[in-house]
Design a protein around this ligand. Structure first.
Ligand code: AMP
Ligand code: GLY
Length: 423
């Protein structure tokens, strides 16, 4: 098969790493890819949202399957674009339809879906500029901290949590009247704050059947002890030790099954991943968000634990025969640590020469924000590289990653030294 992966991050390098191992994969392309994917696939300088350019590439290279990494092309309807095009109709797209992707594309839609199918989540109401005063009154009824969410995609920045009521009201006004997040904050969801520990569950579905993939916990804040600004993710561990059998049963019965049933009831085509962000409140799981793709860096710990041929699994997804797949998991834990550019998630410099990643032993290196310049690897993003290790004990896996990180160098490199600290 000829396979195309859309995206350029650590998640996509991990997909490429798994897919390249499949005997079914004859040719692998990544658009646009990074310096890591360049080593195992052909990078093509095409944007993930330029559907016409993607079409040209797919026809030119006889591509049979497209695996979509990030949410942007999904929310913009890449699945439907392929389905409705006479020349592309036979190409398998791994990712949901536009209607399915709305579970991530609109927080309000996600909340309405959860309410409809009795899926446990935080109490909420949503507001528009016309209902700003009602929104302020709603904030007065709540206890702090106040959780405000821009409805649409806001590059991971659309959630604001504030302790002060007046600040929360001002933020609401900023989002609604000043369109702080552009069109994404024309609607704002205000919700109850959930107090507990976070984890994520990943589900792969063909729209009829599903398999639950390993859990993972990511570390979103830039600073040690979960302090400071939010990032895309600074590291991750899989599985999550506190997600025991009883807790996973609750997730399955109260969240995963009703989610799939809801998709079926609404006849939503969904052949892809569902990433369910959860908070464990007491002993109960509650949903904080749906994403319609895999997480990054969660992919860097989830996929290396899956022993199945990923291409075979994706073929079953496309054929809606996922019920024929038995997941074969590596029982070991996986842990990953993300190396980032100094300054990230605020402004940072790019173009730094990165050395030493080829000397890493007993860990997997997944490139994120890197590119090739002549024969050198240079940094090209905030999150630069993820170092993943496997071991029976996640703490030992982390030790291996940290030992290997000492061999990797680039100017102003930063990373968290406490991944897994709370487990
Ligand atoms: P999101 O962009 O939806 O992933 O949200 C960013 C972060 O905000 C989450 O990872 C949580 O840490 C936090 N968060 C979102 N919703 C809530 C909530 N209702 N209660 C507490 N924390 C929340
Ligand atoms: N690591 C969080 C995300 O991928 O959204």
């Amino acid at each position: 098969m000829h396979i195309l992966i859309l995206g350029a991050g650590g998640r996509e390098h991990t997909f490429a790493y798994k897919i390249a191992q499949s005997p079914k994969c004859e040719k692998l392309f990544v658009a646009p890819g990074n310096a890591g994917t360049a080593g195992i696939a052909t990078n093509v300088p095409v944007s993930v949202t330029d559907f016409e350019a993607i079409k040209k590439l797919v026809l030119q290279e006889n591509i049979d399957m497209v695996v979509v990494g990030p949410e942007d092309p999904l929310v913009h309807g890449v699945y439907d674009f392929f389905k409705n095009d006479k020349e592309l109709g036979q190409v398998a797209v791994i990712g949901p339809s536009k209607r399915g992707a709305l579970l991530e594309g609109s927080k309000e839609r996600a909340k309405e879906f959860m309410a409809m199918y009795n899926i446990p989540t935080a109490a909420y109401e949503s507001f528009k500029a016309e209902s700003l005063e009602a929104g302020k009154a709603f904030l007065e009824e709540l206890k702090p901290p106040y959780v405000l969410k821009a409805d649409g995609l806001a590059a991971g920045k659309g959630v604001v949590i504030l302790n002060d009521l007046d600040e929360a009201k001002a933020e609401l006004a900023d989002m609604l009247t000043n369109k702080k997040f552009g069109a994404a904050s024309e609607t704002v969801v205000i919700e109850e704050f959930l107090d507990g520990i976070e984890l994520s569950v990943f589900v792969l579905t063909d729209g009829k059947n599903y398999i639950t993939l390993p859990t993972a916990k990511d570390y979103k804040r830039i600073g040690e002890g979960d302090k400071g600004l939010n990032t895309g993710g600074m590291g991750a561990v899989s599985p999550v030790p506190f997600a025991d059998v009883a807790f996973m049963e609750k997730i399955e019965n109260r969240i995963v099954k009703p989610t799939i049933e809801g998709l079926k009831a609404e006849e939503i085509e969904y052949k892809g991943f569902i990433f369910i962000g959860l908070i464990k409140v007491g002993d109960d799981p509650k949903v904080i968000e749906y994403n319609v793709r895999m997480g990054d860096p969660e992919t860097e710990v989830v996929l290396p634990r899956i022993k199945n041929d990923l291409v075979e699994v994706f073929e079953k997804v496309a054929a809606q025969k996922l019920n024929e797949v038995n997941l074969d998991l590596d029982p070991r834990s996986a842990a990953t640590v993300m190396l980032v550019s100094g300054g990230y998630p605020e402004s940072y410099e790019k173009g730094k020469v990165l050395t030493g990643s080829e000397t890493v032993e007993d860990s997997l290196v997944f490139h994120a924000g890197t590119s090739l310049k002549d024969d050198e690897v240079i940094t090209s993003g905030g999150r630069v590289m993820a170092v993943t290790s496997l071991h029976d004990d996640f703490r030992e896996a982390l030790k291996t990653s940290y030992k290997n990180i000492e061999k990797i160098k680039f100017d102003k490199m930063n990373y968290r030294k406490d991944i897994g600290f709370d487990l």
